[in-house]
Write a protein that binds this ligand. Structure first.
Ligand code: HEC
Ligand code: HEC
Length: 480
């Protein structure tokens, strides 16, 4: 009798297990039979209905899942513009000439490889790759933005084209990156190591930098989900701002307002490490101009300043504009529709414990867990419940992280909260994971310990955690 019951039970268990095994029409996580308490409905869908399921090195390069096939084709066209390696004009390949005369990289994907995060130079003297340096002197430009160096402009171009004996442009210079290592201890006595970058400008091609030059190192960011961030209504972002810290929680949150060159108005800043770009169209056109020397309908002038205008201003260009409107439109569409990959291990006990700690340590006061997007011209991005873990606002992160270079309303101490979705996949996609605006942090722990200023409470909460809680918090971050 007893045996029979247990046999029947085993058969039932066997059947339910096999049914689970063979029902894999949906990705694993979506099938989790019962959600443990603490896990929210749909929490794994970081980008709402746009979310894709992939955790390979290509995880950042998929089109939003809810685009039509025709729209996915447009995305693919944008992908080829993104990967186009531009050459100096004139060239027989007319659609892709016009590089430089001065530039940082030949393609968008040269810095955002596989749509991922850039890597800072591994050794002093290596090419800067996805790390670039913004430059400015005291004062403001006509629109309240940073005032570029009169000779070097707003960004150091570390390459010049070589298109023959009479058409060789001198690079503006280079930067050698070295690090000073320091150590500290968690409350439980475990030690950690931090590295502070030291920058030395070398090979300056046009004389010394201005006295009082200010510079800001910026590492290329990963690109998934940006269209969703563009789709958040500014009302929802501004509702989180608390410039004077009226609620007394030690965290303010300040919107940046920047110039929109398409509408000729001031607009809420959303993109870049200091929220210094209002839209993805301006970000993309700005990158074409500033990073590659490619003109567009939005930035029609070559990226030349000071003597460079006399030296190279009359050189043959790659057409007016060098990137034709159709290509620019596809490129912008691509940036807007790159999908966010789904969470992994989101129902694990340790991950859920980490999520709790994330709130307790007030990480969520800046890394806002979710929004519902408003309306966007791309309807697939509209009305999505998304989990970006950013408030898109500026925060004073203390003097250790400061670049000392204002960018519109952002002071030298302020940075935009970066989105944390996709964080756990950066290493897989980029072959390394270097965090914070300059890539100084080699691990998630280091990134957290660098938090100062408004982030002090969180930093200290982390340092005071025991090893198990620290591991849980980090595991939660890895699951994003
Ligand atoms: C030289 C390296 C480099 C190249 C080339 C480059 N980028 Fe970037 N990209 C960056 C850096 C650095 C940032 C952050 C800029 C800042 O904070 O001011 C960035 C930021 C962005 C962002 C905003 C990301 C965010 O989270 O706010 C987008 C979108 C983007 N780039 C798209 C492009 C496109 C499109 C191209 C090609 C036209 C391109 N980039 C070329 C380095 C590069
Ligand atoms: C006061 C707002 C604030 C709080 C609170 C805060 N952060 Fe941040 N976080 C930021 C900002 C701003 C940056 C970017 C700083 C920089 O690049 O120099 C950042 C960067 C990060 C990064 C690196 C992201 C990247 O893309 O490079 C991680 C990881 C991170 N925070 C996790 C946390 C965790 C975990 C906590 C809680 C223990 C926390 N943060 C609390 C604002 C905050």
């Amino acid at each position: 009798m007893f045996k029979k019951t247990s046999l029947i039970l085993s058969v039932i268990i066997f059947i339910s297990l096999t049914t689970m095994q063979f029902c894999h029409h949906k990705p694993e996580d979506a099938l989790t039979p019962s959600r443990p308490s603490g896990a929210e409905e749909g929490e794994e869908l970081s980008g709402g209905a746009t979310t894709i399921f992939d955790k390979s090195m290509n995880a950042f390069g998929f089109a939003a899942a809810n685009l039509s096939q025709a729209d996915k084709n447009k995305f693919s066209l944008g992908n080829s513009v993104f990967k186009t390696s531009w050459v100096a004009a004139p060239s027989s390949t007319t659609g892709v000439d016009g590089l430089g005369p001065l530039f940082n990289a030949r393609s968008c994907s040269g810095c955002h490889k596989l749509d991922g995060r850039g890597l800072p130079p591994a050794n002093p003297g290596d090419d800067l790759g996805g790390l670039l340096f913004r430059l400015s002197v005291a004062g403001e430009d006509a629109h309240g933005g940073p005032l570029g160096d009169p000779q070097y402009g707003g960004q150091l171009s570390n390459h010049g084209i070589y298109a023959g004996a009479t058409t060789t442009a001198t690079a503006e210079g280079n930067v050698t990156v070295t690090y000073i290592t320091t150590t500290g201890k968690y409350k439980d006595g475990t030690s950690y190591e931090l590295r502070t970058p030291v920058y030395t400008f070398t090979d300056l091609g046009y004389g010394p930098l201005s006295a009082g030059i200010m510079y800001s190192p910026r590492l290329a960011q990963q690109l998934p989900g940006l269209g969703l961030l563009e789709a958040i209504s500014s009302t929802d972002i501004l509702a989180l701002a608390d410039i004077t810290d009226a609620n007394g929680d030690g965290i303010s949150g300040k919107p940046n307002y920047v110039w929109n060159y398409e509408t000729n108005t001031t607009d809420l800043g959303r993109f870049g490490w200091k929220a210094n770009q209002p839209t993805l169209s301006q970000q993309a056109a700005g990158a074409a101009s500033g990073d590659m020397g490619i003109t567009t309908r939005l930035f029609t002038e070559e990226n030349l300043t000071g003597d460079e205008i006399t030296d190279y201003g009359s050189w043959v260009n790659g057409g007016i504009p060098e990137m034709v409107n159709n290509d620019l439109d596809e490129l912008i569409y691509y940036c807007q529709t790159l999908a966010v990959p789904a969470r992994r291990n989101w129902t694990d006990d340790q991950v859920l414990r980490g999520k709790e700690l994330f709130t307790q340590a007030k990480c969520s006061s800046c890394h806002t867990p979710y929004f519902v997007t408003g309306t966007h011209p791309i309807s697939a991005l509209s009305n999505q419940k998304i989990r970006p873990y950013t408030d898109l606002l500026l925060h004073d992160m203390g003097s250790d992280l400061a670049d000392g270079r204002p960018d519109y309303l952002a002071t030298g101490n302020e940075w935009r909260t970066p989105p944390l979705w996709g964080l756990g996949l950066i290493k897989t996609v980029s072959g390394g994971r270097f965090l914070l605006h300059d890539g100084r942090a080699r691990t998630l722990e280091e990134a957290i310990i660098w938090h100062g200023g408004e982030g002090n409470f969180s930093k200290n909460a982390f340092i005071n955690m025991n090893a198990a809680d620290r591991a849980a918090l980090l595991n939660f971050l890895e699951s994003l």
